[in-house]
Design a protein around this ligand. Structure first.
Ligand SMILES: O=C[C@H](O)COP(=O)(O)O
Length: 250
């Protein structure tokens, strides 16, 4: 399982750089603009320069509206700024067809510019609270749009967590659907260390984290701490080892 950490700017990206041995992807966002809030192009560029070259930089394009042209142009902006993972939060899409239309535009805009870029179609575990496409629709949306991964995060950061909205068995189904479609499955949403056993067991490919590696577990007023990134990673590795040693159920 890969570890994606979401700094809110250059200062926190430097903390990520200090913990670079313990993480896999640095994900630029602007949490005060929403769960997948987009940051400025110059911030993405500066973070790309601050993070070791072998660590991919991801950028969120925002909690986007159903405006395919606008979103495609924004996604290209993230790619031009140096992000190679482009994450789109399909906040304003109320049907799978709308979401596919948005993601097709993103995939074309990004891959025409950089064919090896990795496009992530993200929905929300708490979609029922905001009226967007349902979580289990994401793998098919990602597949039909040519995206590379399907992701879930939480839209409303009010202390509720991924499993409060999509229980472990449904997350397992999400991962299965993504894998059947040839995609990676990414999960986030106030994930804590105690969630790692389940996330490992169901075969999650990427876990996205912010609050759990911030001081005091507070994604808003806490800052990312290299020590907490290292501890989180150690826990991931422990679960991976235990899972590998567990005989598969017949
Ligand atoms: O992409 C990952 C998110 O930034 C997760 O943030 P969170 O762990 O604070 O919910």
């Amino acid at each position: 399982m890969l570890l994606l950490i979401s700094p809110d700017g250059v200062e926190e990206a430097l903390a990520c750089a200090k913990a670079a041995d313990h993480l896999d992807i640095v994900d630029v966002k602007k949490p005060d603009e929403g769960s997948l809030g987009a940051n400025f192009p110059w911030v993405i560029r500066e973070i790309r320069g601050a993070v070791p070259a072998d660590k991919p930089v991801s950028a969120t394009v925002g909690d986007v509206p159903y405006k395919p042209g606008t979103v495609a142009q924004a996604a290209l902006g993230a790619a031009v700024s140096g992000a190679t993972y482009i994450k789109v939060g399909l906040y304003g899409c109320t049907t799978p067809d709308q979401a596919i239309e948005v993601m097709r535009g993103v995939v074309r805009a990004v891959k025409d510019f950089r064919p090896d870029a990795f496009v992530v179609a993200s929905g929300y575990a708490d979609a029922h609270r905001i009226g967007c496409v349902s979580p289990l629709a994401l793998p098919d949306i990602a597949r039909r749009s040519g995206s590379d991964a399907a992701m879930l995060d939480t839209a409303i950061k009010d202390g509720t967590r991924l499993f409060d909205h999509v229980p472990p068995e449904a997350c397992g189904e999400f991962v299965r659907l993504a894998h059947d479609a040839g995609l990676l499955a990414a999960l986030a949403g106030s994930v804590k260390r105690e969630d790692l056993a389940v996330l490992t067991r169901i075969g999650t490919d990427i876990v996205g984290v912010r609050g759990a590696v911030c001081e005091g577990g507070d994604r808003n007023s806490g800052r990312i701490q290299p020590r907490l990134v290292a501890e989180f990673r150690a826990e991931m590795d422990r679960h991976a080892r235990e899972h590998a040693a567990t005989p598969a159920a017949s």
